[in-house]
Write a protein that binds this ligand. Structure first.
Ligand code: FE2
Ligand code: FE2
Length: 384
């Protein structure tokens, strides 16, 4: 196989271009001196702090790359989405775009120098120099978003759920997966999605722990639901995501994930475990696997079956409730400008969402007469 010498790669050439001799810049030396000492290079700028006109000189993760044709002349340019834990910004490379594109991969850590400009009212980073960097040079937490709940606490919710089984078959099945430390670690680290809901490290564990908690009042109201069966579905319905997604600096679908999807992958994982358990009843196997295959509720959302048992319907409703509400919360909390009362148009929900920022109204003071008082307490919606 022919491998192009690094010295001639477009990125390297770009680095030596007259625009800027990055290799000889003090930043490069600074970075090297820290690598030699085994010290991480601090990230100096975050996306959320950038304003138009700012000189940009920092690390970002490449989360999306598109090579596009110029509309008014021959040739191509490169559109890059550059991210850190605070958000994303679009960057453009105008020179040697095709060569550069061939050298870059989504998930790469990049050291970018440029200037933030505004184009059609959106921020756009004009990239002057760009160089790939080693992820071991930086603090990964500067680039990734993780659950803000305590992982140990979330794990103990799952463990308590596992301890609560009375059916020996279902206890056996769930324990056969979660007693595998490697599996539990992956399950606890994985995001629940690339973008839709709980799309951050630890998001899958958070989602499952929340669904477990949401099930409690439902089980009290509906004694017809078999608790062990429902909880088996809750714990296992999304386990295929640990193979559907890859995560780290950047979350992406694996080839297996794109080709099979987490429902099929999860079905296979659970089927295989059931097959290894002696005497697992056939009817119970069908009920468990049915919950996995139907948990998205409808064919349009990838479920090959629609829920046909009370536990499958309960699982679908409650896990969808958690996913939908979390999607709303994340969309609204993604708006950082306290003056922005509406989100941008959200394609997932097919609507603008109301942030309510700045809303306030008077509440009657509890100590006052029923009619309330003119100087009642002010309650601000934005204090969240
Ligand atoms: Fe799912
Ligand atoms: Fe789910």
């Amino acid at each position: 196989m022919y491998t192009r010498p690094f010295a001639y790669s477009p990125i390297r050439l770009f680095a030596y271009s007259p625009i800027r001799l990055f290799a000889y810049s003090p930043i490069r030396l600074f970075a090297y001196s820290h690598i030699l000492k085994g010290v991480l290079v601090p990230k100096k700028q975050f996306v959320s702090d950038l304003t138009t006109g700012d000189r940009v000189d920092s690390f970002f993760v490449l989360t999306e790359k598109k090579l596009l044709d110029y509309k008014s002349k021959p040739g191509q340019f490169l559109s890059l989405i550059l991210s850190d834990r605070t958000g994303s910004v679009e960057g453009k490379v105008w020179e040697r775009a095709a060569e550069m594109s061939a050298e870059l991969n989504e998930g790469d850590l990049l050291y970018i120098v440029g200037r933030l400009e505004t184009y059609r009212q959106s921020p756009q980073l004009k990239i002057e120099t760009l160089e790939t960097a080693d992820a071991s040079q930086v603090e990964l937490g500067d680039f990734t978003v993780a659950t803000n709940r305590d992982i140990g606490e979330l794990k103990s919710i799952v463990r308590q759920c596992l301890d609560g089984f009375t059916s020996p078959h279902l206890k056996n099945l769930t324990a056969s997966l979660f007693s595998d430390e490697g599996f539990f670690e992956q399950f606890s680290a994985a995001p629940a999605a690339k973008a839709l809901h709980h799309a951050y490290l630890g998001g899958l564990l958070e989602h499952i722990a929340e669904v477990i908690e949401l099930c409690e009042p439902m089980l009290r109201l509906y004694p017809q639901i078999d608790r062990d069966l429902l909880m088996t579905g809750v714990l296992l319905h999304d386990i295929g995501k640990i193979r559907e997604l890859s995560w780290g600096l950047h979350t992406e679908y694996t080839d297996e994930g794109r080709l099979l999807g987490h429902i099929s992958i999860g079905y296979e994982m659970i089927y295989e475990k059931i097959r290894q358990i002696n005497g697992f009843p056939e009817s119970l196997k069908n009920r468990v696997l049915h919950m996995i295959l139907s948990h998205h509720g409808v064919y349009e959302f990838g479920s090959p079956r629609r829920p046909k048992t009370i536990e499958a319907q309960a699982l679908h409703l409650v896990e969808n409730l958690d996913a939908q509400l979390k999607g709303f919360v994340q969309t609204i909390e993604g708006v950082r400008d306290p003056a922005q009362r509406w989100t941008d148009f959200n394609r997932r929900f097919d609507r603008y969402l109301y942030t309510g920022y700045g809303d306030e109204w008077e509440c009657p003071d509890e100590d006052e007469d029923e009619g309330g008082s003119e100087d009642g307490t002010l309650f601000e919606m934005q204090s969240r």
